[in-house]
Design a protein around this ligand. Structure first.
Ligand SMILES: [Zn+2]
Length: 257
């Protein structure tokens, strides 16, 4: 176990150094209204097999768990954050319009995430909860405009707390969405966590493959303030594991610098 830990740390250090050398510029963020403009892509920094931090259910921590593909652009478990940006030309190949209530008709998500969203929304409806997608896929250029507007309004330091720079937005993966109730109550606001929709999502989204990506009190780790509206598709299996671990994605996959 000690050996594995050392090796893992070594890999992470290498990955971290590699990440620093990357020229990530341009921001992006979290807000509604996508546009489109695909491009080519920059391969995210490759991180050698990380060892999930959880999975100690039986008290045995020395089993290397199988780690999903966190780096391939078409992977459902692709990780994008401030250290692992996407290229300005990357646009998912399988974007579709989800068959659920949308704040704008231009909302798209990758096929698998859109399908899962439909299943989740139907389940929510059975519980008397009416959900709506406010924002899904966002292109690099769209994110760039969004970020620049935020910087102009609040200054760069503040904007970086809630808005992603171009390439650093999970929305560019087509696997993340900002959700609200159909009444748009508290949309993109902290008070969403106390709405019936926010509470339902927090308790149930993982069952459909979605994770609350930027939890409360984890800003230092995720790089973003608490966003009770932002959910990321990881597939049912991984979402359940991450949810049950109680960890952020960065912690669960040992991706912290
Ligand atoms: Zn978002």
């Amino acid at each position: 176990m000690l050996k594995i830990t050392k090796i893992t740390i070594a890999f992470l250090l290498i990955a971290a150094l590699g990440g620093c050398g990357k020229k990530a510029k341009t921001p992006e963020t979290d807000n509604p209204a996508p546009s489109e403009t695909p491009q080519e892509s920059v391969q995210p920094t490759i991180t050698p097999e990380a060892t999930p931090a959880s999975d100690n259910k039986d008290g045995e921590g020395d089993i290397m768990m199988e780690v999903p593909d966190l780096t391939s652009l078409d992977s459902i478990t692709l990780i994008v954050n401030k250290q692992r940006p996407l290229g300005e030309d990357y646009e998912p190949a399988d974007l579709v319009k989800p068959d659920v209530p949308l704040a704008k008709s231009s909302v798209t998500l990758r096929q698998e995430a859109a399908d899962a969203m439909k299943v989740m929304f139907d389940a929510a409806k059975d519980d008397g909860i009416s959900l709506m997608i406010g924002s899904g896929y966002r292109s690099y250029d769209y994110q760039k405009n969004l970020y620049n507007n935020y910087v102009a309004r609040d200054g760069e330091e503040e904007a970086n707390r809630y808005s992603a720079k171009p390439g650093q937005s999970e929305h560019q993966t087509g696997l993340a969405a900002d959700l609200s109730g159909t009444n748009s109550s508290c949309y993109l606001k902290g008070c969403f966590k106390d709405t019936d929709e926010g509470i339902w999502l927090k308790e149930n989204a993982w069952k459909y493959g979605f994770i609350l990506r930027y939890p409360e009190g984890k800003e230092e780790i995720t790089g973003y303030i608490f966003e009770p509206w932002h959910y990321r598709y990881f597939g049912k299996e991984e979402a359940q594991k991450i949810y049950e671990s109680g960890l952020t994605v960065e912690e669960y996959y040992n991706l912290q610098d």
